[in-house]
Write a protein of this length. Structure first.
Lengths: 341, 286
């Protein structure tokens, strides 16, 4: 049975539009213009226990709003959500003890006190037995190298140090479902890797279900076999990373030559992405990749050849621009129809 | 990644009785917030001075009493001194800034972290105020003693232990009234996105209605009649009257009962507003 079920989830906001300046203030006082923002507009998906899913999308695509509805902070405008058998927005204690939400851009630790004090508060609030608290703390402290950090005031910690403490605090109660919203934002590569490894280990040991959003594609590809891409509040792709790669129309063929080759010679096989001395990159249609690569091998002085999928970032960018293109076309049609009418 | 994590433990049911667990939560929250509050000693002194209205009014009314042949409205200089010192003590003991705190949390989205925990944010805000009181009240009591030394000779703050104990009970209820009202005002932030402006206006009005500018017996009859139907006299005026022993014995039970009713009413209102307001949460910057 799925641990997370989301069915046609929507979150619409009514926001007041106000023009700048005093005149705008006066006008909006007398006739308030409002518009509806569809932050999340009919999102559906299910997750099995232990799955790790990457939630991708541009800023404002609806990722964070969705996570906030899943963790019970926001009431959905419509649609169904079930997490671990609970309706999140009812915020029952037994639900909250089963989940955690880590927001990389918001801190939950008490700012003026050492992190350990916040840990103790959490231990009491989540009713963690003393022995388990001590054992968990020691475990996390070893893995995340928290020694010496826990007794320092939170505001004196560096961003990376603080994030490690935040993560430990958010997982002290050993939740089964983790919502991680940009957990590695602003961190250096070493720290990103450490946090990634910690999440992977946690998932393995506790069979925890994880939804992760990140701007760093490496976080997603390292942790998640499945991705959900949202754009304008809708799911535009849900599947394995391989499935995303299938959407790639081209393969990238990397070539190393033993002697110089002219650009015009390469253009017979595909689009030349780069040509630099003795190495080149060609974009070749996926279906013909192996045939064309074989021809290149026999016809040109090739020393080495690689066939790769394009980077995931590019593919996702491609999906977004396709989405935009189709919307633009729709818009143009509507406008044309209006003109005709 | 070689370090083993904990062996998978089944989520063990929390140990101990409900009361025991609640006590543990209360104690830990208390310790943490007390540590936080002691870091704000200087600020607390400034907030106290900002609430000095009754002390200024004390000087005004003592002056008037002396000029008016000894009494104004049946109160002499010593009665005014005792009343306003008690009123200041009552006002200081009931300070609640949860309206500001809550509306800030709503607008900044800080409420999210509090909502994620299996503990209603109400309890954490309440504990913040109680720990602040531990720092504030000794300072206030010290200043009241200094005030007594400066007051007209023969001024008696309280007639005895019984009045003082009744005051402590009454002031606890008074604090709860004020806290619940402030909480309701804070909840308005779910709709207005900003409720602190309202809070400033409210503060001045409430100080007046509570008896911070003058004891209620000096109000015109019609005004007093109206004010009696508001919760405000039960925050400052009546507790101060209890402490100074200026309240007829027959009135004591009524005052405590009405205080209890106001606490219950605003607690209910807060509960309802919270339930409705929470649905609106997140419409801004979330």
């Amino acid at each position: 049975m799925p641990i997370i079920e989301v069915e046609n989830l929507q979150k619409h906001y009514t926001v007041a539009e106000k023009e700048a300046g005093l005149g705008g203030s006066l006008r909006s006082f007398f006739s308030r213009k409002t518009k509806t923002v569809k932050a999340v507009d009919g999102v559906s998906f299910t997750l099995e226990t232990g799955e790790m899913v990457g939630f991708l999308g541009a800023n404002g695509a609806g990722k964070t709003t969705t996570l906030k509805m899943l963790s019970g902070l926001l009431h959905p405008s419509s649609g169904q959500v079930t997490v671990a058998g609970f309706t999140p927005y009812q915020r029952r204690a037994s639900f909250l003890k089963n989940i955690t939400l880590v927001m990389g851009q918001k801190q939950q630790l008490m700012w003026d006190l050492p992190a350990l004090d916040s840990f103790l508060v959490n231990a009491a609030i989540y009713e963690i037995p003393e022995a388990r608290f001590q054992a968990t703390l020691k475990e996390y402290s070893d893995i995340l190298e928290l020694d010496g950090l826990l007794s320092k005031q939170v505001r004196k910690l560096s961003l990376g140090e603080r994030m490690k403490c935040e993560l430990a605090a958010a997982l002290l109660h050993q939740p089964r479902v983790l919502f991680l919203d940009e957990p590695t934002i602003g961190l250096d590569v070493n720290m990103q890797v450490r946090i990634r490894e910690f999440v992977a280990e946690y998932n393995r040991k506790f069979e925890a279900t994880v939804i992760l959003t990140s701007h760093y594609m490496a976080d997603v590809t390292a942790l998640c076999s499945r991705i959900v891409v949202v754009d304008k509040g809708k799911v535009v792709l849900d599947g394995s990373i391989e499935k995303l790669l299938e959407r790639a129309t081209d393969k990238i063929v990397g070539l190393e030559f033993s002697s110089r080759v002219e650009r015009s010679e390469l253009e017979r096989y595909g689009v030349v992405q780069s040509l630099d001395g003795l190495s080149a990159k060609l974009l070749i249609p996926r279906s013909q990749a192996s045939v064309l690569a074989a021809r290149v091998l026999t016809e040109l002085p090739v020393a080495d050849v690689t066939i790769e999928d394009p980077p995931i970032e590019e593919l996702i960018g491609q999906i977004f621009s396709e989405g935009k293109a189709s919307r633009d076309t729709e818009l143009e049609q509507v406008q044309k129809e209006q003109v005709r009418a | 990644m070689t370090a083993p994590l904990l062996p998978r433990t089944p989520a063990s049911p929390a140990r101990g009785t409900f009361a025991g667990r609640s006590f543990r939560k209360a104690r830990v929250l208390f310790d943490a917030w007390l540590a936080n509050m002691t870091a704000y000693r200087a600020e607390i002194v400034i907030w106290m001075l900002a609430g000095a209205v009754p002390l200024i009014m004390m000087a005004v009314w003592i002056g008037k009493a002396n000029a008016g042949g000894g009494t104004v409205g049946g109160l002499d200089a010593r009665a005014f001194a005792a009343y306003f010192l008690a009123a200041w003590l009552a006002q200081q003991s009931t300070v609640a800034w949860v309206a500001w705190e809550l509306s800030f949390d709503v607008r900044q989205g800080n409420l999210s972290a509090k909502l994620l925990r299996p503990l209603e944010p109400f309890w954490e805000f309440l504990m913040q105020h109680l720990t602040e009181r531990v720092v504030r009240v000794p300072l206030v009591l010290g200043l009241v003693l200094v005030g007594l030394l400066l007051a007209p000779p023969g001024t008696v703050l309280t007639p005895g232990l019984e009045a003082a104990l009744l005051f402590m009970l009454s002031i606890t209820l008074a604090f709860l009234i004020r806290f619940m009202i402030a909480y309701c005002i804070g909840i308005l932030a779910f709709w207005t996105e900003q409720s602190t402006d309202f809070d400033e206006t409210y503060y001045v009005l409430a100080t007046f209605l509570a008896g911070g500018f003058a004891p209620l017996e000096l109000f015109p009859a019609a005004v007093r009649h109206f004010v009696e139907w508001t919760p405000f006299p039960y925050i400052v005026y009546y507790p101060a009257k209890l402490l100074t022993g200026q309240l007829p014995a027959s009135d004591i039970a009524r005052v405590l009962l009405v205080q209890g009713v106001w606490v219950a009413l605003f607690a209910l209102l807060r509960h309802l507003m919270w339930r409705v307001g929470l649905k609106k949460y997140g419409a801004v910057g979330a």
